[in-house]
Write a protein that binds this ligand. Structure first.
Ligand SMILES: Nc1ncnc2c1ncn2[C@@H]1O[C@H](COP(=O)(O)OP(=O)(O)OP(=O)(O)O)[C@@H](O)[C@H]1O
Ligand SMILES: [Mg+2]
Length: 250
């Protein structure tokens, strides 16, 4: 397929989501073409995490359509497992298996879910650990690594499933300040290599430099959808102006 006819990597159309009476995603329309890096900004409670979680179906939606690479999200079973492999997700907390070594953490899903032979999975895991700069820590346990190193392992672990798209939900928020940059550097190189990425972050430097596009959410709605230049220099809505005023004066 040519680029022009290729489906977007992520397509959300008319997506609504409720938690009980709370309307947390309101008629969300979002198309992310292959290779694009989208940063999602917005105040606390605006629905950023929920948006991410609906894309790999950690949260079901109440109406609308979500497609990944042209395929509607499956509800359950084998198809859902495949979707979860295609859509990598990195959270604030790394959730590595404490009793497995770093390299074993990265090998686990490929061997268990994709049934890749252990030797091959180990080779790929080592290449990924090399790529995120921690191959020399491969035989240590998670508790022996810094937060920034553990988060890089979590990224390598997601990449081991060869995802088509990566979702990041505040991947640096739990890190000590001096470890933030090493994780952002890994994300920036992933972006340069052409990975499609949706990134919830408060790191405005990353948003300005690495994003192709900024989505601003408020109260469950996508209020602005623009380039970083436009968003930071000339936000259109009062809610975005207010938000930027608060974070940029911090
Ligand atoms: N499992 C849940 N059950 C009920 N309400 C929920 C649940 N998860 C989230 N919410 C509510 O949905 C709304 C959106 O939450 P969400 O976590 O998506 O916001 P967010 O933009 O990620 O916020 P933050 O910046 O604080 O992470 C909030 O009002 C939140 O309290
Ligand atoms: Mg959140």
């Amino acid at each position: 397929m040519t680029a022009a006819s290729a489906p977007p990597m992520i397509r959300m159309a008319g997506v609504d989501k409720f938690f009980g009476p709370l309307h947390v995603l309101k008629n969300v329309q979002l198309e992310v073409p292959k290779g694009q890096v989208v940063v999602v900004l917005g105040p606390s409670g605006s629905g950023k995490s929920t948006l991410c979680r609906t894309i790999n179906r950690l949260e079901p939606i109440d109406s609308g359509v979500i497609e990944v690479d042209g395929q509607p999200l499956p509800a359950e079973g084998k198809e859902l497992a495949r979707l979860r492999a295609d859509v990598g997700m990195v959270f604030q907390s790394f959730n590595l298996f404490a009793h497995k070594t770093i390299v074993e953490n990265v090998m686990l899903a490929p061997t268990k879910v994709r049934k890749i032979p252990a030797a091959e999975a180990r080779k790929t895991a080592m290449e990924l650990l090399e790529r995120v700069g921690i191959a020399n820590q491969a035989d240590k346990f998670p508790a022996q690594l810094s937060g920034g190193q553990q988060q890089r392992v979590a990224i390598a672990r997601s990449l081991a499933m060869k995802p088509k798209v990566m979702l990041f939900d505040e991947p640096t928020s739990a890190l000590d300040p001096e470890m933030v940059q090493e994780v952002l550097d890994v994300m920036t190189s992933l972006a340069k290599e052409g990975m499609t990425m949706l990134v919830v972050t408060h790191e405005m430097g990353f948003a300005r430099k690495a994003a192709d596009r900024v989505i601003f959410m408020a109260d469950g709605e996508v209020v602005e959808d623009s380039t970083p230049e436009e968003f930071f220099s000339a936000p259109k809505s009062n809610r975005a102006k207010d938000f930027l005023g608060k974070i940029l004066t911090h």
